[in-house]
Write a protein that binds this ligand. Structure first.
Ligand SMILES: Nc1ncnc2c1ncn2[C@@H]1O[C@H](COP(=O)(O)OP(=O)(O)OP(=O)(O)O)[C@@H](O)[C@H]1O
Ligand SMILES: [Mg+2]
Length: 333
């Protein structure tokens, strides 16, 4: 478990102070994939780099498995940091070394013996699907393949945690999907906790279990990705969700509707149980679907529909109470 307790990072330059991270509290559980989202300058990289002390927090504490990293020194600190791997948007491979040598470099740093290194390199390349690229140089690889090498290198020391700073931002959508699949595989098969930064909600929706949204150094909202998609509270969160799931209906069209406009939310297996048709049959209400989608977040359906309900007010009230009683949430717009 990673505990970020009241962490701030203030950068002091000659002229001024910039607060990169502002009193952040977060807990990241073992084995989860945790996403950190925010616009440029929100403090995502600063916070991520505080987790492995690439950046020394100005105040607060970082605890990994109950161990306060900021109290460690020398060998103990190096040991603790080896258990936290990291990958980057621009890969940072050593261009003069082959793929195999890039990985070996990390193994040497962790004092893995020469006899063991060969097998480890083979196993790591297999894990990331680059078995036949051991002897090529990074310059001969595509962006996606370079990131796979970055991942293999980050896994060299058997980390418990993998930090990913915009790991897919330099990649096209198809390659992004492939790398996200690989990260998920690593998470599930090796049990590695992943913390990833992105400015794309699609990425979060695809693989994260929980998430935090950052703005001006602060975490403005955090929780399970599913719950946040179902019910975002903060305006910035709503904006990010809107980039993936949008229900904008043009004003001119909105004005033509005379009925009660409701937003209906189906969570999990209630989606598609015919609740709406039951409601329309049981109460003297007519319904029109104006907008809607079913999103699958971590294979769990989330149905969001905008409907117009037409009928007497009392009937509409009863109809809404009925669907609410069946576990569907309804918001009158
Ligand atoms: N080394 C530094 N010296 C001074 N200021 C810094 C330094 N690193 C980051 N900052 C400032 O801290 C704030 C947060 O930066 P950070 O790089 O963490 O944001 P980010 O969310 O990762 O942005 P991006 O999406 O562009 O990568 C910014 O205002 C930035 O200018
Ligand atoms: Mg950044």
């Amino acid at each position: 478990m990673i505990e970020i307790k009241d962490v701030s990072k203030v950068y002091r330059t000659k002229r001024k102070e910039v607060t990169g991270v502002d009193r952040v509290n977060l807990t990241i559980n073992d084995g989860e994939i945790f996403g950190i989202v925010g616009y440029s300058g929100a403090g995502k990289s600063s916070l991520l780099r505080c987790i492995n002390l690439l950046e020394q927090p100005t105040s607060g504490e970082i605890l990994v498995d109950g161990q306060n990293l900021m109290q460690l020194t020398g060998k103990n600190l190096r040991q603790a940091r080896l258990k936290i791997g990291m990958i980057f948007q621009h890969f940072y491979l050593i261009e003069q070394k082959t793929v195999g040598e890039n990985i070996e470099f990390a193994l040497k740093a962790a004092n893995v013996s020469k006899e063991q290194r060969n097998d480890r390199i083979e196993a790591l390349l297999k894990m990331v699907g680059l078995e036949n690229k051991r002897d090529v140089f990074p310059g001969q690889l595509s962006g996606g393949q370079k990131q796979r090498v970055g991942i293999a290198r980050a896994l060299a020391n058997d980390p418990k945690v993998l930090l990913c700073d915009e790991a897919t931002s330099a990649l096209d959508p198809t390659t992004t999907t492939a790398i996200l699949k690989l990260l998920k595989k690593i998470n599930r098969e090796l049990g590695i906790t992943i913390v990833l930064i992105t400015h794309e909600m699609e990425v979060v929706k695809e693989i994260c279990d929980r998430m935090a949204i950052m703005q001006e150094g602060r975490v403005v909202e955090d929780g399970s990705v599913y719950d946040i998609f179902a019910n975002p509270h903060n305006p910035l969160t709503q904006e990010f969700i809107g980039s993936v799931v949008s229900f904008d209906i043009p004003d001119e069209i909105m004005q033509t509707f005379k009925g009660t406009i409701v937003k209906v939310l189906f969570k999990g297996d209630v989606a598609g149980q015919g609740i709406i048709s039951d409601m329309l049959q049981q109460f003297e209400v007519r319904g029109n679907f104006l907008h809607g989608t079913i999103e699958y977040i971590q294979e769990r359906p989330l149905g969001i529909f905008i409907m117009e309900l037409i009928g007497e007010e009392a009937h509409i009230h009863r109809a809404i109470s009925y669907i609410e009683s069946r576990g569907v949430s309804v918001e009158v717009q």
